[in-house]
Write a protein that binds this ligand. Structure first.
Ligand code: ADP
Ligand code: ZN
Ligand code: ZN
Length: 696
């Protein structure tokens, strides 16, 4: 194009965040005085607003508005590269979202507000890396000698890094028990990629796990080479770290699920730690799976991807057993130390502990034998972790005189009693009130908590173990900035004998003095309607067990259960993930569930009880008319397991296919029709499609 001789404006296709209900793909035409390369960042008018946009490749499929408006501003930044655009285009198509919406929401919001002078200043402030050679020398000085399993895993990464671009690179599944040295493998693999002058993307499931992994990467490679991306950053921080990744000044990008869409022009390796974790799946927006996108991204960029877990997702395990993924095993703990012995406590056989007998006593939180074991540990200066996956004091309050219960007026759920601030709180909609002094229905003064959450467990345990220093870790005790770090530091310093908490205590933390871990009430998840519940329970319990004996000491994992013979617990006792996975996969195959089927869930809610199911019914009929010869099953609408939340009735309908491709094809035709259907169902509050839903 001979731009120098034309003075007429050129047309540009721009990805802009058009609202989903508009039914636009998100590519609109704008004009500018001269051509801009695809990937250039611009500000453009959209309706009455000015929005961030990305100049897109012109494939002729955009929507040209009647009046072409000019680009308002061009951001002085390098363009987003073709690999990034390909990733976003895939993600938008796969998750049935507008491309513009998906692309712009992957960018830091603070980009929107800065002018080019400010941007230039930010770019200069992005961290500057030291040279790769320096870092390599430092790494050699600090890294332990790899054991055979670790060395083989690193060698597999090395050989994939050496492949020509077009060669196939199966994703690598690093299956290693807790403490087997997976992180050490990530560090060595990262070193290899950094040595080639490439960037490394490391994903972790939870923001709580970023500081400790960041510390290990920083100790090895230098903090100034790392950019972190997670939802806990302020908008300016997020912008700074994003810019460091985008400008290529950060060599390592470490973050939670949102980091998978960061711009990484020199990407050379992708690592997904705890790849099985449900937190990788977003529960709002496009509901994308960062784990799946990481695999796809690595494939598109022709770089290795390493998925690590002690309890891989059944999807990844299945891929490995089919030969599509390369399995790399670390069967033993790297620093020595046996895995904990499992002790299954049959609750029906247990005596009540001393001090909790007599009429009116709540059932004991901890069986006497377990209590004795905790006390022994305390006397030896060792720590115990008690896992109870329910926060608050009690899940419901109850009036014995009239059967009133603490229902939420806005949801089909009980409000949880929190004793510390004497409130009843709905964990679904947030509705909070002070606890009534007497029953609101009959005036009876004697309303009592039923069941037990972590707050009550802590209180009861203090009564049973008066000398123990007991601490509690859950969403309520860690809501303030820095409180989690403070509490973890107290545990590490040995100021705590017994730590009570929700699943928050089970994940990742490297506690050195814990020799006993107990799950007090895990049975609930055995009989959940969620088809992934057993997988989650197994992973959670094995993770929790992994907190014990990190220091090489002999350790135990206790389970209080009414189902001591359950196959899940039996497999756990043998630390036998393959047996558990095989039985689960057989069940999934028999039931036609993932990974043997592909699912999409259409959700809808409305204030009145009828609109959401009517919309879904119409949607199912529209879908049926589309599917033709394709092997697609359209299920009728059903209420969500929590049928009403915040005064909205929630419904969902499932679409299923034994193959991914026909499902994708039919969804792409169906979703545009849904936009039209939505307009015919005025009372609908929201609808959303969830591809590969985590629960149905
Ligand atoms: P994971 O990530 O699998 O939980 P880590 O990489 O954190 O395991 O390793 C667990 C512990 O073992 C750490 O303290 C680590 O320093 C140590 N470790 C890892 N690899 C080795 C090795 N090859 N030799 C000795 N110690 C090791
Ligand atoms: Zn009452
Ligand atoms: Zn509620």
């Amino acid at each position: 194009m001979n731009e120098s001789t034309t003075s007429a404006p050129v047309r540009l296709r721009v990805a802009v965040p058009t609202p989903q209900h508009a039914g636009l793909a998100g590519l609109l035409d704008y004009e500018h005085l001269h051509p801009l390369p695809p990937g250039a960042l611009v500000r453009v008018p959209l309706g009455r607003r000015q929005v961030l946009g990305v100049v897109w490749d012109d494939d002729g499929h955009g929507e040209a508005p009647v009046v072409i408006k000019p680009v308002a501003d061009v951001l002085a930044l390098p363009p987003l590269d073709a690999a990034w655009r390909a990733l976003l285009a895939f993600a938008a198509a796969y998750y049935q979202r507008g491309l513009g919406e998906m692309a712009v929401s992957a960018l830091p919001s603070a980009l929107q507000a800065l002018d080019n002078t400010q941007l230039a200043r930010r770019l200069r402030r992005a961290p500057t890396p030291r040279t790769a050679r320096n870092a390599g020398a430092q790494a050699a000085a600090q890294a332990p000698v790899l054991n055979a399993g670790q060395a083989a895993a690193v060698a597999a990464v090395q050989s994939q890094l050496a492949l020509p671009p077009e060669a196939p690179r199966p994703p690598m599944l690093l299956w290693g028990v807790t403490g087997s040295g997976k992180t050490e493998v990530y560090l060595h693999a990262a070193e290899l990629a950094l040595g080639q002058g490439r960037q490394v993307l490391v994903l972790v499931p939870e923001i709580n796990l970023t500081p400790q992994l960041e510390a290990r990467f920083a100790a090895r490679f230098g903090a100034e080479r790392i950019a972190t991306l997670h939802s806990g950053l302020t908008p300016p921080q997020r912008l700074r770290h994003w810019l460091a990744a985008h400008a290529g000044t950060a060599d390592i990008v470490l973050g939670t699920r949102l980091a998978v869409l960061a711009s990484l022009p020199r990407l050379g390796l992708v690592v997904v730690d705890e790849e099985h974790d449900a937190s990788f799946k977003a529960q709002d927006g496009a509901r994308q799976s960062a784990r799946d996108l990481a695999v796809l991204r690595a494939h598109q960029a022709r770089v290795p991807v390493l998925l690590g877990s002690a309890t891989p997702s059944l999807e990844s395990w299945h891929h490995a057993s089919q030969g599509r993924y390369l399995r790399l095993d670390l069967p033993e703990r790297a620093a020595g130390g046996a895995l904990p012995t499992l002790r299954v406590l049959d609750l029906s056989q247990q005596q009540r502990p001393k001090g909790l007998r007599g009429p009116g006593a709540t059932p004991p939180p901890v069986a006497q034998a377990l209590l004795d074991a905790i006390e022994q540990r305390r006397q030896r200066g060792e720590q115990s972790l008690l896992l109870l996956n329910r926060r608050g004091y009690a899940p419901v309050l109850h009036c014995g005189a009239c059967a009133w219960k603490s229902a939420c007026p806005h949801c089909t759920a009980w409000r949880v009693f929190h004793k510390s601030d004497r409130t009843l709180r709905c964990h679904h909609c947030g509705f909070t009130e002070r606890v009534p002094r007497a029953c609101p229905d009959c005036g009876n003064q004697d309303i009592a908590p039923i069941g037990r959450g972590t707050e009550r467990l802590e209180e009861q345990l203090q009564g049973l173990l008066p000398e123990a220093r007991i601490a509690r870790l859950d969403a309520d005790t860690t809501s303030q900035v820095g409180s989690l770090e403070r509490q973890l530091a107290a545990v590490h310093a040995g100021d705590v004998d017994v730590l009570v908490g929700t699943q928050m205590i089970a994940k990742g933390h490297d506690f050195q003095r814990v020799t006993l871990v107990a799950a007090l009430n895990p049975d609930g998840l055995l009989f959940s309607s969620d088809f992934r519940a057993p997988e989650r329970l197994f992973a959670l319990l094995l993770q929790a067990a992994g907190r014990a004996g990190r220091d090489g000491a002999r350790s135990e994992m206790w389970l209080q259960t009414d189902q001591p013979k359950h196959p899940l617990y039996q497999a756990l006792a043998r630390h036998d993930y393959p047996a558990f996975a095989a039985s689960q996969l057989a069940e999934r195959q028999a039931a036609g569930l993932p990974p043997y089927a592909h699912l999409a869930l259409l959700r809808a809610d409305s204030k009145d009880p009828d609109t959401a199911p009517a919309f879904l019914q119409a949607a199912a009929e529209a879908g049926q008319a589309l599917s033709g010869e394709w092997p697609i099953t359209w299920y009728p609408p059903v209420p969500h397991p929590v049928a009403r939340v915040a005064d909205h009735w929630r419904w969902q309908m499932l679409v299923e296919s034994p193959q991914r491709a026909p499902l994708q094809r039919v969804l792409a035709q169906w979703v545009p029709e849904l936009h039209a259907l939505r307009r015919a169902h005025k009372g609908l509050a929201r609808w959303a499609i969830d591809v590969d839903p985590s629960a149905i």
